[in-house]
Design a protein around this ligand. Structure first.
Ligand code: PA5
Length: 447
């Protein structure tokens, strides 16, 4: 495993080290449950060995489909919601240049996302933005019946068919869905779309290393083999045979559960590199949907620092003491910018002259860490050497594995999401979907 470190030294003022050490057996047992398939939700463990089991044939099929899309489109619209879009969005954002969107001549197609909201303005503005651009679409839905992506796809499909004709349109659309079930599968078969399968035993939020994540990423020109190499090394590093003290997933799961048991109910994921913003969003879905059930679970929140030190910083420092913070710390930036000396020094910043911006960022990070600890906020640190395909692959797998262990330690099924159905039922009733008439009437009285 190339450099990846979890550092929990700074929680010991809040939870004695002995208490964490005494969780060794419990965490190893939870990790065993993930591997033995004896725990709750054991029909959704297909993600555990995904990185080590992906074959060259699967890579080739994904790359071939991606090549076809890349050759035919300047903009590829990826349609999906939740686990069917956050993984690829997270990796893409992490690996992209912050100002990619300003580049006029691009060697790779631009990836845009749709189907993750029901905003009329969003879909209108998207269609307007790509009016004079060659487009293609990747539509992703495991169930094949989720309203948001289905709605967006209906509109985008029509647009593609209008422009290129039905036959050519079918070559510009690739679907990722269930092998047999769901409206999207039926539609893809009927229209003759190329399809990729989301395995039955992999839930949406654990699907980034299936074609759900890999196809959009390959279409964007990301080195998916390197991403998987990172994930595979992390699969090994968090394996069932790796003892607690060397197993970063077990350590993270122990630390956050120990803090939770002491009343720290909110975990804030903090980043100092803005391009990790969607890693935070992906992480929030992973942990929120996996753990928040049966009246239990750590609430996952996030901040982008140092920006949010000027908004949420006050609360973190002095608000209700139910928080702990997990920082993703990056050792080396990709570029070098040095602060110049200014002869007038009107801004008073000459004390920083000659320093790299990253050095200043690091001191902000370390200063914040100490301030937050002094303010009563325990701090976990995840250290990556740099941001690249390998480290991001490792990071995502690390979070998945720790989430499963952590969920088992909490005593819940980390792989279902029964609560997501409540809003859908009400929305369908309010929209008079056939079969929901009575509920609709009842709900309207309550509006
Ligand atoms: O993690 C999950 O299972 C969910 O967040 C799903 O990814 C999300 O609801 C989208 O579902 P689907 O891919 O079936 O459209």
């Amino acid at each position: 495993m190339e450099k990846f470190k979890i550092n929990i030294d700074k929680i010991y003022g809040f939870v004695p080290k002995g208490e964490i050490d005494s969780m060794k057996q419990e965490m190893e047992a939870c990790n065993s449950l993930v591997h033995s398939g004896q725990g709750k939700g054991n029909d959704f463990l297909g993600w555990v060995n995904l990185p080590s089991s992906i074959t060259d044939k699967q890579f080739s099929a994904i790359k071939k489909a991606a090549k076809n899309l890349r050759e035919n489109a300047e903009v590829i619209i990826v349609i999906g919601i939740g686990g069917s879009y956050l993984g690829s969005k997270a990796v893409l954002t992490a690996l992209a240049d912050n100002f990619d969107f300003l580049k006029h001549k691009k060697k790779d197609p631009v990836i845009v996302f749709a189907g993750q909201n029901i905003s009329e303005d969003y879909i209108h503005e998207l269609l307007k933005a790509v009016k004079k651009t060659d487009i293609a679409a990747i539509v992703i839905s495991k169930s094949g019946t989720t309203t948001e992506p289905a709605l967006a796809f209906r509109i985008i499909k029509n647009e593609i068919e209008k422009r290129y004709g039905k036959k050519q349109a079918a070559k510009r659309i690739v679907a990722v869905t269930d092998a047999e079930r769901g409206a999207l599968k039926t539609l893809s078969t009927q229209e003759g779309y190329e399809t990729f399968v989301i395995p039955d035993n992999v839930g949406g939020r654990f699907s980034v290393f299936t074609p759900v994540g890999l196809l959009p990423l390959a279409a964007a020109g990301i080195d998916i083999k390197e991403l998987i190499r990172g994930a595979k090394d992390m699969e090994k590093a968090t394996g069932v045979d790796v003892p607690f003290e060397n197993n970063p997933a077990c350590i993270y799961a122990a630390a956050r559960n120990a803090l939770y048991r002491k009343g720290m109910k909110i975990e804030i994921l903090a980043i100092y590199e803005p391009k990790l913003l969607y890693i935070e969003e992906w992480w929030k879905q992973l942990y929120g949907e996996s753990e928040g059930k049966e009246g239990k679970g750590i609430f996952p929140a996030s901040v982008t620092l140092t920006a949010d030190l000027h908004s949420m910083g006050q609360y973190i420092q002095e608000g209700e003491r139910t928080l702990f913070e997990t920082v993703i710390s990056i050792d080396q930036p990709q570029h070098e910018v040095i602060v110049e000396e200014d002869k007038d020094n009107l801004d008073g910043l000459n004390f920083l002259a000659g320093k790299r911006i990253s050095e200043i960022n690091r001191m902000a990070e370390l200063g914040t860490q100490i301030a937050h600890i002094d303010g009563g906020v325990p701090n976990i640190r995840i250290e990556l050497e740099k941001i690249n395909e390998y480290t991001i692959g490792a990071l995502l797998y690390f979070f998945e594995k720790a989430c499963a262990i952590s969920g088992y330690a909490l005593g819940i099924n980390p792989f279902d999401q029964p609560g997501v159905e409540a809003y859908k039922k009400n929305m369908f009733a309010l929209l008079d979907k056939p079969g929901y008439e009575n509920e609709g009437e009842e709900l309207r009285k309550r509006l």
